[in-house]
Design a binder for this molecule. Structure first.
Ligand SMILES: [Zn+2]
Length: 427
């Protein structure tokens, strides 16, 4: 056996004092006692599956002044994320076989962690869905306009679902109805204006349309970053093929909070009321939400510093997501079972990858955490190229060790991994 780890390990929904055996990057045994060529005893710490972030914008290619695949994936590794899935709104957009292949090759040379790539569906490439599926890990649709989004008319939703069904891959949807957004559009000076300019009604309309249009199909549909009480209510009794996600920023902030500078918290869908935030947190706890996704969308400080109306939407978050929520678990605001389901098990299921659980046959992706080691978040300690974050000063617990396919990427909070170690998970 190449490697064994010993400690309090999260297996089958509970903690057990045991050993994990690793061969060729895969978990080969989980037993009371094992001894490999290399052995780690993590006494007093816990071993969890590493996280999977199904929603990042690493801005590479084309927008690499904001982030690139090496800085973004390094940030992911430090945050306990062993696999990321990158969105298509780069320049060029990944809407053709060529641009998807190019991104996979380029990211493969730069990434510290494993990765997948989505194909963007636009009005112009629906006929190519089956072909795109030979390369991509899933599809992304923007029903409403947002920063650098892709043109898609909801009239094409039915055909898109039908074509994606045969590919067996999921489709992720930004659910804000564009007609509704256009109707409410106003000049914005602050977060409350932004919320009123993109009201919950737009999310509600988009979700209703998705539910109606997808009736009778079992295409795997994931509704990204839910932001409203209305959205949660609509999805409470969703059919099995529909899942939904929520971001840390929609859970932790509201448009009514005293947030400064305001444009740093401008996101789409927008931050809403305290009511919405509380409803999202309840949904997170009771299982009405399936996945926690960062929607890591970095912009430079200069870009965010513009007048509110002109500032782009999006915040970074891939490095802070697992640590912020480990702290919340430690404070008993959320259970380990829920957190591991949200960040590991359900994402692996949605994207159909052999990660997300400590189980024989799966990838040996782990994090090792000392729950007593809280810290206060500081931008200068993070690794995204953008150099700022919305969570300054908040409490978090970072993993001390991160293993990906049995390789030790992080040891005592230091990077040992290298660029290009990360592998494309779609082959
Ligand atoms: Zn996004």
């Amino acid at each position: 056996m190449d490697l064994t780890l010993e400690g309090k390990t999260y297996v089958n929904g509970k903690f057990e004092q045991c050993c994990i055996g690793v061969d060729d990057g895969k978990i080969s045994a989980v037993k009371k006692i094992l001894k490999g060529d290399e052995h780690y005893n993590f006494r007093g710490k816990i071993i969890l599956p590493a996280g999977i972030d199904i929603h990042v914008h690493f801005r590479d290619p084309g927008l690499t002044h904001k982030e690139d695949f090496s800085t973004g994936s390094m940030a992911a590794a430090y945050g306990g994320i062993s696999c990321v899935f990158d969105m298509p709104n780069t320049i060029p957009q990944t809407t053709t076989l060529q641009t998807i292949s190019d991104k996979i090759i380029s990211a493969g040379k730069k990434s510290y962690v494993d990765f997948g790539v989505y194909a963007g569906v636009t009005d112009g490439n629906i006929k190519n869905i089956e072909e795109l599926a030979t390369k991509c890990c899933g599809f992304k649709i923007y029903l409403g306009g947002t920063t650098n989004s892709l043109q898609f008319s909801s009239d094409n939703l039915k055909e898109t679902f039908d074509r994606i069904k045969s590919t067996n891959k999921p489709v992720l949807i930004h659910a804000e109805d564009n007609n509704c957004l256009v109707r409410h559009n106003l000049k914005e000076n602050n977060l409350v204006d932004h919320m009123n300019s993109r009201p919950a009604e737009c999310e509600e309309n988009a979700i209703k349309n998705i539910i109606k249009t997808s009736k009778g199909t079992d295409t795997k549909i994931h509704i990204c970053h839910l932001s409203s009480l209305e959205g949660i209510e609509l999805l409470r009794k969703r059919s099995k093929n529909i899942s939904c996600g929520v971001t840390p920023h929609h859970l932790l902030f509201s448009a009514q909070d005293d947030l400064k500078p305001q444009s740093n918290y401008k996101v789409n869908p927008p931050l809403r009321t305290n009511f919405d935030g509380e409803a999202l947190f309840t949904a997170l706890k009771n299982g009405s939400v399936d996945i926690l996704e960062s929607d890591h969308a970095p912009h430079t400080i200069e870009e965010k510093d513009k007048e509110f109306d002109a500032a782009p939407s999006g915040v970074p978050g891939v490095e802070t997501m697992f640590p912020l929520f480990l702290y919340m678990v430690q404070k008993e605001k959320l259970s380990f079972q829920r957190l591991i389901s949200l960040l590991c098990e359900k994402p692996a299921e949605l994207l159909n990858i052999p990660k997300g659980r400590i189980e024989v046959g799966r990838d040996a992706d782990f994090i090792v955490v000392d729950l007593d080691k809280e810290c206060k978040l500081k931008s200068e300690n993070l690794h995204s190229k953008c150099g700022w974050m919305p969570y300054e000063g908040m409490a978090a617990i970072f993993p001390e060790y991160v293993f990906v396919r049995g390789e030790k990427l992080i040891e005592e909070n230091e990077m040992l991994g290298s660029k290009g170690f990360g592998k494309f998970v779609g082959e």
